[in-house]
Design a protein around this ligand. Sequence first.
Ligand SMILES: Nc1ncnc2c1ncn2[C@@H]1O[C@H](COP(=O)(O)OP(=O)(O)OP(=O)(O)O)[C@@H](O)[C@H]1O
Length: 314
Amino acid sequence: MIQASGLRKQYGETAALDGVDLHVRKGEIFGVLGQSGAGKSTLLRCVNLLERPDAGTVTVDGQDLTRLGNRELNQARQRIGMIHQHFALLSSRTVAGNVAFPLEVMGVPRAERERRVAELLDLVGLGGRGNDRPRQLSGGQKQRVGIARALAGNPAVLLSDEATSALDPATTDSILALLKRLNTELGLTILLITHEMNVVKAVCDSVAIMSGGRIEESGTIAGLIRTPGSRLTREIFPLPAPSPGDITLTFTGHADEPVISEVVRKFDADINVLGGAIEDLAGSRVGRLRVTLSGDPAALTYLRDKGLLVEVAS
Ligand SMILES: Nc1ncnc2c1ncn2[C@@H]1O[C@H](COP(=O)(O)OP(=O)(O)OP(=O)(O)O)[C@@H](O)[C@H]1O
């Protein structure tokens, strides 16, 4: 749905994007995670050509945006919704007036506009609040208005620029749940940028970790969790540096299977647990355990055959 290749953007001495490739599949929620200054906002702005990359191409829904002139680009942007950290609502307009704004720009007739605005406000849980002013709303409600406005043009893609960073944890959860519902019910593809791992853990199917204008690692969460040495896994499950011989076990969906006690019985092994945690990620339960194991080394093969990722520190 979104394909960016070889993106470069230079600001003076700073390479904000230093050769970025991104592939977001239709219907997924893709998170770009990175610290301040990593280049996330620049990447997002290059995806809808608010910022023109110095090099590289961006294709959205089959259309190469980098080849379009201004008029065609404006049209293409109607299929790309965007939500912002500080909501970017017009304070002089009512809630309904804010959501209607892009429809006015598109020349949608008044009756159709009013019907569509009411439908969108219902969709985001703000039915009946159309005549309020933005200042009468909480942060979470303002972001719901932002989401309704972003969906007005029936976009194929929604871009989210730190949409929950200004919100408290409970409100963040409710906005993420709304994004997930829109993703599932409307099949909406979402590209979000965030500096919060919790956002990635809560809703993302795939992730790219960005640093210094480059993507360090990217893929589906399920795939990265099974990749030895993955930075995502290390960040989600922080464990102290292993000593030589320490074993790190990563298991997905084995919650009902007592694999550890099986190994102890079958291989007459002793297992000493040094640390670990369990997290719900991309719809499955994932656990990571640091252990020492003594006994028959065939125990490791057994664990691998059971589908666990087994990493032995050298
Ligand atoms: N318009 C600009 N002019 C000059 N430098 C810029 C501009 N926009 C971004 N930069 C620089 O490019 C780098 C990447 O910035 P960017 O805003 O994309 O990072 P970010 O990961 O989104 O960080 P943040 O979360 O703080 O916004 C930074 O060093 C920033 O100072």
